[in-house]
Design a protein around this ligand. Structure first.
Ligand SMILES: *[C@@H]1O[C@H](CO)[C@@H](O)[C@H](O)[C@H]1NC(C)=O
Ligand SMILES: *[C@@H]1O[C@H](CO)[C@@H](O)[C@H](O)[C@H]1NC(C)=O
Length: 98
């Protein structure tokens, strides 16, 4: 197994570990999965290596009960995903990504 494959496997296992913890800890009440609309980048945005960008999202109308108040930003190319920032609270609206 290449180191890239094992890194990906580790990521998948870590993801499911966190998911299972959240699933068993969540009380059974109505909650919404919140996906705030991303303002930047948008379709057609091109990023070049070494540039810094401000990823931003619209938090003007969040649901009352949000299941996922924190999230991650991933840089994706094909099937490869790289987390760019650790857990962000949805209300932060913007984060610089390099
Ligand atoms: C990103 O946001 C910061 C802080 O508001 C600002 O100083 C910077 O100029 C912004 N960068 C870009 C590329 O828009
Ligand atoms: C939000 O959660 C509270 C407490 O669990 C509940 O009483 C309320 O009905 C929920 N509101 C919505 C819009 O789901």
């Amino acid at each position: 197994m290449s180191s890239r494959t094992s890194s990906l496997l580790l990521f998948v296992l870590a993801f499911f570990g966190v998911f299972l913890q959240l699933a068993t800890a969540a009380p059974l009440e109505t909650r919404d999965v919140y996906a705030p609309p991303v303002l930047y980048p948008h379709a057609g945005t091109v990023w070049y290596t070494g540039q810094t960008h401000n990823v931003s999202w619209d938090v003007s109308s969040p649901p009352v009960n949000i299941t996922n108040k924190v999230g991650l930003i991933y840089l994706r190319k094909g099937v490869t995903s790289t987390p760019r920032k650790p857990l962000l609270h949805f209300s932060s609206r913007m984060v610089q990504v390099r």
